[in-house]
Design a protein around this ligand. Structure first.
Ligand code: GLA
Length: 454
């Protein structure tokens, strides 16, 4: 084994994780050797992320505060001379091998196919940088070190970003980190969701021991690229972040995310009729809520909005929603407006070491997501109530897009064991299955971890 590994793994995961990660990386290299034979290998990686606060604000050009997890996806690659990508997965039964040709229009596999995230990255980079060479790759993302799937901690983004990093490496592309994050966010539209930039910035620009404050409103630089302001915010000593995975994901609401995006765009459309130059909800963030609320219908439909003179097709762009969807514009916009302020207040609280205030803001964020944005579900409520019943838990909220996934809780260090003992049986009794609880540790942002041979 190369001597630089210890330092490199410590840099990425922290000293205490070096031995465990070394064994994991060695096993991954053996699997790559079995799949593709001996030769050079590059190990790319991308972490999952936990969003501490600032949910459903990113696609409204608002604020958020995510942190990169120590759970990550490894993508081991060997460059090819042609335009082919072949992709194996260490969990071959669940994720069968893939092969496709890179181009500016790569035909997608069936919706939900795991290879579509790599296709999306390949297509987007080809469109921007011209013909690309491919790679032979192996994905290693299984538990316990992989990014939990369907848990609202960005396992799909991790695969998109790791694939983009592999292609950038193979083709020696010169792409600054923030530009790559922006490219990856659009690359993920390939699979159909109209997500914002939160996940890609968190996983690429995040750093160990820190959260990343991200302002999702771009400024265009002299070369015409959109740039986004970020700031690292140190996490507090003496407190832990616990992630509690409900292990449910209500797939019948898959379309719900895009409906929320649509409601926000249409809310901005209503406000644009009364305030000059409004394109997104961010453009009214400086105004008090009481000035905005009267211009936002509580419930409406596309037909009613059209009758009010709003060009809904223009505001929706490529988003498709059915004409009979009830759109709750006032409550959705109230969430976004209040959540942006909570992010700013949280950054100030983390910086001055005020854990109680951080906890209160987590709770307020959850209540707003549950009541105004309506993206919680009964299992998440059970799990969160159990977490909040434990002494030393300062606050807890649902993480990610919603309708299942994880709750994140801020807890005083030392009460984790009691919390695990109390929450696990209580949740199992209520839902029939145990949750997955773990302490969130952070790691380095995505990149090339190690270049070696196998
Ligand atoms: C998903 C999306 C993100 C963000 C969150 C909600 O994770 O991928 O862009 O919108 O939901 O905050």
């Amino acid at each position: 084994m190369a001597s630089g590994w210890t330092e490199r793994l410590a840099e990425i995961y922290g000293e205490e994780a070096v031995e465990v990660q070394r064994a994991r990386y060695e096993e991954a290299l053996d699997a790559f050797h079995d799949a593709y034979g001996p030769g050079p290998v590059v190990i790319c990686r991308c972490p999952g992320r936990v969003n501490l606060i600032g949910e459903h604000t990113d696609y409204n050009q608002g604020f958020c505060l995510p942190a990169p997890l120590d759970r990550d996806i490894l993508l081991l690659i060997r460059p090819r001379a042609d335009h082919e990508v072949s992709l194996a997965n260490i969990e071959a039964e669940r994720f069968p091998p893939q092969r496709f040709t890179l181009s500016e229009a790569i035909p997608p596999a069936a919706p939900g196919d795991w290879g579509n995230y790599t296709r999306g990255a390949g297509q987007k980079l080809w469109q921007l940088f011209g013909p690309l060479r491919g790679f032979d790759g192996l994905v290693v993302g299984r538990p316990p070190h992989g990014v939990p799937r369907g848990a609202g901690v960005s396992s799909s983004t991790a695969l998109t970003v790791a694939s983009a990093i592999a292609l950038v490496y193979v083709n020696s592309l010169d792409v600054p980190a923030d530009r790559l994050a922006h490219i990856c966010s659009e690359a993920e539209w390939y699979v159909g969701t109209r997500g914002g930039i939160l996940d890609q910035f968190a996983t690429i620009l995040g750093r160990q021991g820190h959260a990343l404050f991200l302002d999702c409103r771009p400024e265009v630089d002299e070369e015409g690229y959109q740039r986004f302001h970020t700031e690292l915010v140190p996490l507090l000593d003496g407190y832990s972040l616990i992630l509690a995975d409900s292990r449910v994901h209500h797939t019948h609401t898959t379309g719900g995310y895009n409906v929320r995006v649509a409601e926000c765009r249409l809310g901005a459309a209503c406000l644009a009729s009364h305030f000059p130059d409004v394109r997104t909800l961010r453009d009214v963030q400086h105004l008090p809520w009481t000035e905005l609320a009267p211009h936002l219908p509580e419930e409406t439909t596309l037909d009613e909005l059209t009758a009010m003179g709003i060009d809904v097709a223009e505001w929706l762009g490529d988003l498709q929603i059915s004409r009979d969807t009830r759109l709750k514009l006032r409550a959705r916009c109230r969430h976004v407006h209040s959540e942006n302020q909570r992010v700013l207040d949280s950054v100030a609280a983390w910086r001055r070491g005020d854990a109680d205030a951080v906890g209160r803001l987590l709770n307020a964020s959850h209540e707003s997501l549950r009541d105004d944005y309506e993206v919680s579900c009964s299992e998440i409520e059970v799990l969160r109530d159990l977490l909040l019943s434990v002494d030393g838990v300062l606050g807890a909220r649902i993480v990610g897009g919603g309708w299942g996934g994880c709750v994140v809780a801020l807890v005083e260090a030392g009460c984790e064991d009691i919390l695990f003992d109390r929450v696990t049986p209580g949740y199992e009794k209520a839902t029939g299955h145990p949750p997955d609880l773990f302490a969130c540790k952070t790691s380095a942002g995505a990149g090339v971890a190690i270049e070696t041979e196998c």
